[in-house]
Design a binder for this molecule. Sequence first.
Ligand code: NAD
Ligand code: DAU
Length: 335
Amino acid sequence: MLVTGGAGFIGSNFVRYALRAHPDWRVTTLDKLTYAGRRENLHDVMDDPRHRFVHGDVADPAVAAPLARNSNIVVHFAAETHVDRSILSAGEFITTDVFGTFVLLEAARESPALRRFVQISTDEVYGSVPEGSSRETDELKPRNPYSASKAGADRLAYSYWATYDVPVIITRASNNYGPYQFPEKVIPLFVTNAIDDIQVPLYGDGLNERDWLHVEDHCRAVDLLIEAADNGEVYNVGGGNHVRNVDLTQRILHLAGKPDSLIRHVADRPGHDRRYSVDTTKLRTLGWAPQMAFDSGLAATVDWYRQNEWWWRPIKDADPAFRAYYDTQYGRTRS
Ligand code: NAD
Ligand code: DAU
């Protein structure tokens, strides 16, 4: 199995999950090690003889194509993933998320051994959902450069099934949380800020709503779909935990033992999608249901960041690139 983006948040959790669940599988991680990709995320499987790490770019056919051609399964996580960064500068999102997917799909066309190509898309492709839940057949209305590039890749992958019979399936998951998430995303950012008594920057009125999915539940869904899905089909994956940002923030502060006065209301994200929600009936019909309750999942996650400062302090305290991003995004005040 080839896992692209396996040194990122979900990818590294998935590599670990797959090696645990399938003792007879061999897994190759292909990762460019962007700011979000870290060898440390795979520290416990780097020496596993069933795992191989390749440092390279999915958009480089010389590296990516032979790996994809020699795989039975491709799970394509690699992407630029942060909405705020896509608003600051969208170029890399097009190069990696769209063109990188094209490079892999072209290689997949020439791979007789390939039995599954999993395109990891996102619930953001549906756009903002004021009420109800998106079904897989709903119209795509992405509203920021990240989600638009993901929608492009999502439909490109579909087209390679419809046109060339590449065994593509597409997943659209909701907001993931758990260990090894880069501390630019709201949960790890707010938890680590809270630990350090730094204010947490809540966008707009804080009433935007996300559906939180524990990363382990996402991994189980992808693993199931590799075996049980129908080619050419799309599957939503959602945790069923709809929480407004302000409530999420208060829960994080409470778990961290910090006061609500750490909340700093800041200017809203441009084009900020108000709400996401996916209907997961199709996936549940295959026997999947989320196992992690949000209360215990969030508590365990806060605890993980407390126990693993070795992992995030080098990013937040010592990486000038992270500091530069933080200052650009939030202004120079860190308290
Ligand atoms: P992440 O930013 O933590 O990790 C992305 C990984 O991709 C990093 O390891 C990075 O180095 C690698 N990468 C980036 N560009 C690359 C390139 N050109 N070639 C090779 N590797 C490259 O992201 P994540 O949160 O783990 O998301 C993984 C996937 O899941 C993405 O496709 C994302 O769109 C999708 N997704 C994420 C969520 C979520 O809540 N995090 C929800 C739904 C879908
Ligand atoms: O829905 C799936 C998507 O979830 C994935 O496709 C993306 O890759 C992933 O980054 C995530 O996107 P979001 O934009 O929803 O995640 P983020 O953690 O950036 O923000 C979650 C919510 O918190 C959102 O409403 C914006 C808000 N927020 C975020 C940050 C970083 C704040 O209020 N303040 C912040 O500083």
